[in-house]
Design a binder for this molecule. Structure first.
Ligand code: ADP
Ligand code: 5GP
Length: 190
């Protein structure tokens, strides 16, 4: 590959479907690489360090902020930090890969500010807050308090939908994925 790559961003409230769509895109496109973020939250069952996230202590995360290692970073809830590592992104872009970010709204807005038309940001919208809550409950990854915090935040995040390049409603999974796949195909072949 000779061409310099571009950025793909999937953005949504927690539980909107980013991980699900990410998995499918990585499976369908061999020129897309996942940007493994850093976070201070604890790993969930099945999550591997360096694969799903780089799991850092607060001190380690702060050091990396001070060293300027993040392209963007945000506090998601109660002091829990998440950030995109600059080196990962730059390395893959140089190789000509498209790099896929699964991040929340404020980080995604920052990425759009930095990369403009070199980034495609798709907002994945759940059909309703009730459905979102149901899906988060069913996923079973959050305790009651974290779940409530995520839902509260989701209410605010939904208002940002039209700030992104496209909005895809994730009601029927196959339908939503096929829309995302088409948007991604158009972007990476243009
Ligand atoms: P996010 O990564 O945005 O937090 P996930 O991809 O983990 O969201 O999705 C949250 C939960 O909802 C997961 O358990 C996933 O399997 C489920 N899910 C995602 N999309 C749909 C859909 N269209 N219909 C039903 N369940 C879905
Ligand atoms: P979770 O704890 O569910 O994995 O992630 C919580 C939220 O943080 C999700 O909306 C996820 O997309 C977002 N997130 C993950 N990595 C990053 C990152 O590097 N930067 C930003 N801004 N948000 C991120």
């Amino acid at each position: 590959m000779s061409k310099k790559g571009k950025i793909l961003v999937l953005v949504s409230p927690s539980g909107g479907g980013k991980s699900t769509m990410t998995k499918r895109l990585l499976n369908d496109f061999d020129n897309i690489r996942f940007s493994v973020s850093a976070t201070t939250r604890k790993p969930r069952t099945g999550e591997e360090d360096g694969v799903h996230y780089h799991f850092l202590s607060k001190e380690e995360f702060q050091e990396r902020i001070d060293d300027g290692d993040f392209l963007e970073w945000e506090e998601f809830y109660n002091g829990t930090l998440y950030g995109t590592l600059r080196s990962n992104v730059e390395k893959e872009l140089e190789k000509g890969y498209f790099i896929l970010l699964d991040i929340e709204v404020l980080g995604a807005l920052n990425v759009k500010k930095i990369f403009g038309d070199e980034a495609l940001a798709i907002f994945i919208q759940p059909p309703s807050l009730d459905v979102l809550k149901e899906r988060l409950l069913k996923r079973g990854t959050e305790d009651v308090q974290t779940l409530e915090t995520r839902i509260d935040r989701a209410k605010k995040e939904m208002a940002y939908a039209n700030r992104f390049d496209n909005v895809v409603i994730n009601d029927d999974l196959e339908e939503a994925y096929s829309q995302i796949k088409e948007l991604v195909t158009n972007f990476i072949t243009q």
